[in-house]
Write a protein that binds this ligand. Structure first.
Ligand SMILES: Nc1ncnc2c1ncn2[C@@H]1O[C@H](COP(=O)(O)OP(=O)(O)OP(=O)(O)O)[C@@H](O)[C@H]1O
Ligand SMILES: [Mg+2]
Length: 390
């Protein structure tokens, strides 16, 4: 049995990066510390049996950490098993951080940890299996043709992912910065509900610490400029990555595209001029063929542009992002009201919702998203939001 606390702390000594990762002080041994956790320590044999000896035909995909395999437990449940490809101190740290962080968090929009195995050279992490795999495949891959994500599902994915990240930043204790928010790390369950995954690069932020300086990790195209250039990491780096993801969700464009001459352009550079000249519908995924609510689209783009502000201090925090997205989803109700009042009304909707409690709020959200019917498309004359400046 692996004592993760010890495991994490031993690895820390070898990694200057660990400055922001604290081991759980209240947890003193693996048996007592995880007693209340709904996950288990698997044996290698159990996972070999579940995945048919890590058979190639069970392979779901492969990432930097290693391959991911589909498996079935003796009880009939479906699992996904991530297998470390090559042991190194860095990889071992990634494994420890992933298990440690996932073991702490529980939220409907975060991928749940089912358990792990650590022995010899093997490091295996077991998750709930997500039948609709990653958002990446639905935006850019083959699955984007087999099953085009409709507008309502996209809104639900954006809002759910934002809620999961907001939980990490504001509710988890200590606070957690994910550092690798991107489309392939948003997994979709059978009902296309999003679950943010992959916590191997995460940082636990001790109370009172506003930012840390670290070695840069993450994925090109999603990195906040202050992080990419100076390694300055704070919650607002995730906000930036989420902004990129949000633009990707509405447009189905990649975060970075290669232009014909070989130059590269990021998704914000592409979207911003269109937004500034009020050409919102040109930012929407053309495959939606106009089947979106223009007010909701405009709101998503404005939120994304705020999130990707070059200056981290100007970005909203994730709680604010959730609030703005929710208010925007309900924006059809206030479509006739002048812009300045819309803001007030959205605030009021937000306040009223707060009072009604979380469950009711979720029902309303769902309802608001469902209210978007094709007959209502293009009924709002869009204003040129020239105030968007960067
Ligand atoms: N719990 C899961 N359920 C279903 N499919 C999964 C699950 N976890 C991962 N996958 C699949 O495995 C693929 C590889 O995942 P992985 O996280 O290892 O790599 P990645 O996200 O593509 O890249 P990176 O290493 O940069 O995070 C994913 O794109 C996804 O399709
Ligand atoms: Mg991943």
């Amino acid at each position: 049995m692996v004592n993760l606390r010890k495991f994490c702390c031993v690895s820390r000594k070898n990694d200057e990066e660990a400055a922001g990762r604290s081991c759980p002080s209240s947890r003193t041994s693996s048996s007592s510390c995880f007693a209340d956790q709904p996950w288990e320590i698997f044996s290698l044999k159990q996972l070999l049996n579940a995945t048919n000896n890590f058979n190639d035909s069970n392979k779901l995909g492969e990432g930097g950490f290693g391959a991911v395999y589909w498996g079935r437990t003796p009880a009939g449940g479906e699992i996904a098993v991530k297998r470390l490809k090559a042991m190194s101190p860095k990889a071992e740290m990634e494994f420890a951080v992933e298990v440690e962080v996932l073991g702490r968090v529980r939220h409907k929009n975060l991928l749940s940890l089912r358990g792990y195995f650590a022995g010899g050279e093997e490091r295996l992490i077991v998750y709930d299996y997500m039948p609709n795999r990653s958002l990446l495949g639905h935006l850019h891959g083959r699955r984007s043709y087999d099953h085009l994500l409709d507008w309502r599902t996209r809104l639900r994915i954006a809002l759910g992912s934002a809620s999961g990240i907001a939980y990490l930043h504001h509710e988890a204790s200590p606070h957690i910065i994910h550092r690798d928010i991107k489309a392939s790390n948003v997994l979709l369950d059978a009902k296309f509900r999003p679950k943010v995954a992959d916590f191997g690069f995460a940082k636990l932020i001790p109370d009172g610490v506003s930012h840390l300086t670290t070695r840069v990790k993450g994925t090109l195209g999603y990195l906040a400029p202050e992080y990419a250039m100076w390694g300055k990491v704070s919650e607002s780096c995730d906000v930036y990555s989420f902004g990129i993801l949000l633009l990707e969700i509405v447009s189905a464009r990649r975060p970075i595209e290669k232009l014909p001459g070989g130059a590269k352009r990021d998704i914000v550079q592409w979207a911003l001029p269109l937004a500034e000249s009020g050409k919102w519908d040109q930012i929407a995924d053309p495959r939606l063929n106009g089947r979106f609510d223009p007010a909701q689209l405009r709101n998503c783009i404005i939120v994304a542009i705020k999130c990707t502000d070059g200056c981290p201090e100007n970005r909203p925090d994730m709680r604010e992002v959730v609030r703005l997205l929710r208010a925007g989803i309900g924006s059809r109700r206030v479509k006739e009201v002048p812009a300045v009042d819309v803001v007030e009304e959205k605030k009021m909707i937000g306040l009223k919702k707060k009072e009604k409690g979380k469950e009711k709020e979720e029902e309303e959200e769902e309802e608001a998203i469902m209210m978007t019917e094709p007959s209502d498309f293009f009924c709002i004359r869009e204003k040129n939001e020239s105030m968007i400046m960067r």
